[in-house]
Design a protein around this ligand. Structure first.
Ligand code: NAD
Length: 256
């Protein structure tokens, strides 16, 4: 018996990176999984993949209803779809602020709103939001993105309080910089991608980026029956970036 046998899950942004790793892991552990993504064709074979734009309420409602039909119900919602933005508070135009907040924050609102009636009917209802280290640490050049993830952290806590008596648990994961196609695109755009990767590695006390599989394992834990008493928490998967203050490694010192 696998721990997700009989459970049904929706993963937004499940065609790439952290969402894809999460959808595949939940499936491997027994869940029926539907991926909602702008690009469903990129999702791997065993997953139900549906097109949805989390910035569009009608699209979300239609896709969530279709997913619930395919899965025969719903127990787990992973609100993972998100987009990035670089810059200080001076740099991003209002339209970009509206766009990033619309996807990263209201996207969670729309998907959760559409899913809640079926989650209430589940005996094992769990929501996991993908938040970020940017919600808890001040990172340079991430004003807008950090504001959006700070809102995701607060929204997670508020949702956990609102729905605890309905038997619906709500938690989030806070990844550090994770080696996904997203970060690959950021590195490709850098003047010196190798130096940029080295700087990102060095920012994390473990000296390397987090993997998508490591974040997926944390999401799966929070979504699983093993976490039945866990709600209103943020689980950092960040190579020690939030909690540790280590001295720079001496030249030649092993990082592990
Ligand atoms: P990714 O770009 O590899 O994957 C994101 C997926 O979301 C893509 O498949 C994309 O098509 C989908 N998506 C984007 N906008 C959408 C929309 N409007 N509607 C539906 N789907 C949409 O990114 P990733 O690195 O796997 O990031 C996933 C989540 O993890 C995001 O919420 C991101 O903020 C968060 N995160 C990432 C990192 C990192 O370093 N990679 C760190 C912390 C948090």
């Amino acid at each position: 018996m696998r721990d997700f046998d009989g459970l049904r899950a929706i993963v937004t942004g499940g065609a790439s990176g952290i969402g894809r790793a999460t959808a595949l892991l939940l499936r491997e552990r027994g869940a029926e999984v539907a991926v909602l993504d702008l690009d469903p064709d990129a999702a791997p074979e065993p997953l139900h993949a549906l097109r949805a734009d989390v910035a569009d309420d009608a699209s979300v409602r239609a896709a969530v209803a279709e997913a619930i039909g395919l899965l025969g119900g719903l127990d787990i919602l992973v609100n993972n779809a998100g987009i990035g933005a670089a810059g200080t508070v001076e740099d991003n135009p209002d339209e970009q602020w509206h766009r990033v907040l619309d996807v990263n924050v209201l996207g969670i609102v729309r998907t959760t709103r559409a899913a809640l009636p079926r989650l209430r009917a589940s005996n094992h209802a769990a929501i996991v939001n993908t938040c970020s280290i940017a919600a808890t640490a001040g990172l340079p050049q991430r004003a807008l993105y950090s504001a959006s993830k700070g809102a995701v952290l607060s929204l997670t806590l508020a949702m956990a309080a609102d729905h605890v008596r309905e038997g619906i648990r709500v938690n989030c994961v806070n990844p550090g910089t994770a080696d996904t196609p997203w970060v690959g695109r950021l590195l490709d755009a850098a003047d010196d991608p190798a130096a940029e990767r080295a700087a990102l590695n060095a920012r994390q006390p473990m000296g390397r980026l987090v993997t998508a599989d490591e974040v997926a394992a944390a999401i799966a834990y929070l979504a699983s029956p093993a976490a039945a008493s866990v709600t209103g928490t943020a689980l950092a998967v960040d190579g020690g970036m939030q909690g540790l203050r280590v001295r720079p490694a001496a030249t030649g010192e092993e990082t592990r």
